[in-house]
Ligand binder design. Structure first.
Ligand code: SAH
Length: 264
């Protein structure tokens, strides 16, 4: 059943404060302290997935990037062509500002240096920034509820599709979620990898005093949707979240990092 308090895309467009979101959740590698170590968990798993050699190719599309670059600061060592996408103008602008090295762009250095450390300091933070700036080829409007999420742009399917905390924010019910997975899958080559970062049993998250809805479901629902959309789950890691009683930012129970292969 659709939640009466579902946050529509237009609400994101009007009132999702990109900068406050970054300051709240992405100021440091520790993330937002009330939320537990989700960022360390995610970034380490992401590095392990890429360095294992099972996720490879030339082109990667990130769906619902928001104003965020942390995942791409890892991915840029492995993919030469990166497309980022989001529903709101403000989020895309925030990314474009960073690409241009605008004096007012968000400072990713704390998280960036942490990523360099995870990678064994083979690449410096200065080199990494430069690499990502060159490798992001396009910043596109995206709507995961549309059969071509990047409409009106058509792109060739990618070798890797990555999405974090987006499909659940964009889906009012389980059927919409199933269709969102189906829609984004058109952007992935058969045999390609889908990387997802998903909160389980979460109903909301906050940005300042604004509350945004989040579709709550179990791990079983998530794996069922992926299997029904012809994915084989190759890796699934779970981290339990903090005590809900002490977390005012969201009510997630646990976080899942997964890699799935689209069947050929
Ligand atoms: N990927 C980022 C941002 C997640 S916040 C992270 O991991 O932190 C949720 C994002 O979903 C927002 O950036 C919002 O603009 C986007 N979103 C909301 N509705 C959407 C839709 N219908 N299609 C695509 N993105 C949507």
């Amino acid at each position: 059943m659709a939640s009466s308090s579902f946050t529509e895309g237009e609400v994101y467009q009007e009132s999702f404060n990109s900068r406050l979101y970054l300051e709240t959740y992405y100021s440091s590698p520790l993330g937002c302290p009330e939320e537990g170590n989700y960022l360390g968990f995610l970034l380490t798993n992401l590095f392990n997935a890429f360095s294992s050699g099972s996720v490879k190719g030339q082109k990667l599309i990130d769906i619902g990037t928001g104003p965020c670059l942390h995942q791409l600061l890892v991915a840029c060592e492995w993919f030469e062509e990166i497309i980022v996408s989001d529903y709101t103008d403000r989020n895309r602008l925030e990314i474009e500002k960073w690409i241009r090295n605008d004096p007012d762009c968000f400072d990713w250095s704390a998280i960036g240096k942490f990523i360099c450390e995870i990678e064994g300091n083979r690449v410096s933070w200065t080199e990494k920034q430069e690499k990502l700036r060159q490798r992001i080829k396009r910043v596109l409007k995206c709507d995961v509820t549309s059969s071509n999420p990047l409409h009106p742009v058509c792109v060739e399917p990618a070798d890797c599709l990555m999405t974090s905390l987006c499909l659940e924010a964009a889906s009012k019910d389980q059927e919409t979620y199933y269709n969102a997975v189906k829609n984004i899958s058109t952007l992935l080559k058969p045999g390609g990898s889908l990387i997802m970062n998903v909160m389980l049993n979460q109903t909301f998250f906050r940005v300042g005093d604004r509350k945004f809805s989040y579709l709550a479901f179990s791990k079983e629902f998530l794996t069922k949707v992926l299997n029904e959309n012809d994915y084989i789950i190759q890796k699934l890691e779970i981290l339990h979240g903090p005590d809900r009683a002490t977390n005012t930012h969201s009510d997630y129970e646990s976080i899942v990092f997964l890699v799935a292969q689209k069947q050929i």
